[in-house]
Design a protein around this ligand. Structure first.
Ligand SMILES: [Zn+2]
Length: 381
């Protein structure tokens, strides 16, 4: 990282590729017996001993208790991530707020700060990112790198990350990673927010055999992410996961692209507020619907049905083991679960696999945590 700002954190140690791969395995699974690491990477016991010694010396792994392995009958020591050795800053940008968290090496949140954006100018938002970084770095001297997640698609061109079509900020062709590095002195990874969230949700379920896994986010926008063979599907151009304009009911309201009754004419928070006729926006619509006001409630019911149609299509196309549902629009599910199920039933093919929906409680710091996890994996691998 070339920068005019002095780096004040802790640098990631320089590791051999095999040592990095061994560390990633322990990190992914939260702790692994030595024998298991050797098996996963096809290493001899001798080379594994050398590698783990280096990782312990680099302060990245600690040795835990010994576990009796039934397969070999030989005891195998468990290695754990030394999670406090490094901290990472995750930032999620929406159209009006900078959400930030600091996490340890296992993406546990240890610090948090949210600030309203002063405006949408790239330079001013970068300035706010630099201010927040300085504040966190003063409290967390082991800060190592930064991840930024936001709407839009990110072109990875060598070590550069160029952000395109970021709708809520109105940004296009912005070399965001490089700009954050220059302003803060820390290495910075940038990713589409839904893809970053899908990656962290996959990480937290990696030992559950949930494969393939889909993720749908509802809220200000609609998002879709998909993991197959433990890998996030980014598409050939980083533009996968577009579900916003799937048709639901052709006699429905108009969306901003002129479709009648597509998913985005019912489902995003703004569409719900429009249908509820609440000038104060989504939060007003939610209060009214919860109090049983019929127009607002009907808006949530229609949105619930549209969500069910999307879930049905995702199940038909991909047969996922699990569909994780999350996002700031989650109150919709609580109000209209029966209509979600109606939409699924109307869409699901008779010979499709069962729908296994995992409703994941949400707050905005979860997006920022996903950005921190992005920074962790960009740094370690
Ligand atoms: Zn549409």
């Amino acid at each position: 990282v070339s920068t005019g700002v002095p780096f004040s954190g802790v640098r990631w140690p320089s590791l051999q590729p095999t040592a990095s791969a061994a560390f990633v395995q322990v990190l992914l699974h939260g702790g692994l017996p030595r024998a298991e690491i050797a098996r996963k990477l096809g290493l001899s016991r001798a080379s594994l001993t050398r590698i783990t010694k280096d990782l312990v010396l680099a302060d990245l792994l600690t040795e835990g208790p010994t576990e009796q392995r039934s397969a070999t009958g030989r005891p195998s020591e468990i290695l754990f991530v030394n999670k406090a050795a490094h901290h990472f800053l995750g930032i999620k940008l929406t159209g009006d707020t900078l959400y930030s968290v600091v996490t340890d090496l296992q993406a546990n949140i240890v610090g948090l700060k949210n600030v309203p954006l002063v405006n949408h100018s790239v330079a001013d938002v970068i300035g706010q990112i630099a201010d927040v970084t300085r504040e966190h770095a003063a409290r967390f001297p082991r800060l190592t790198s930064i991840g930024v997640a936001l709407a839009g698609y990110v072109e990875h061109d060598g070590s550069r990350s160029i952000l395109h079509d970021s709708a809520y900020l109105g940004w296009d062709s912005v070399p965001l990673g490089e700009m954050v590095e220059k302003a803060t002195g820390y290495a910075c990874a940038v990713e589409n927010d839904v893809q970053a969230l899908t990656a962290v949700e996959r990480w937290s379920r990696i030992d559950q055999g949930v494969e393939p896994m889909a993720l749908i986010t509802i809220g200000v926008g609609l998002g879709f992410g998909f993991v197959v063979n433990q890998e996030l599907v980014r598409g050939a151009h980083g533009r996968s996961g577009k579900l916003s304009h799937v048709p639901v009911d052709q006699s429905g309201p108009l969306c901003d692209r002129g479709h009648h009754g597509c998913a985005s004419s019912y489902l995003p928070n703004g569409a719900i507020a429009n249908a509820a006729g609440t000038p104060g926006g989504y939060q007003d619509a939610l209060l009214l619907a919860r109090s049983g006001e019929p127009v607002a409630l009907a808006a949530f019911m229609s949105a619930g049905y549209a969500l069910g149609v999307l879930i049905g299509h995702v199940s038909n196309m991909l047969d996922p083991a699990k569909i994780v549902l999350t996002g700031d629009g989650l109150p919709l599910y609580e109000l209209a679960e029966s209509r979600v199920n109606d939409g699924i039933a109307a869409t699901l093919e008779s010979d499709a696999g069962p729908v296994n929906l995992d409703v994941q409680p949400f707050d905005f710091s979860e997006w920022a945590r996903a950005a921190a996890a992005l920074a962790i994996f960009a740094t370690v691998s």
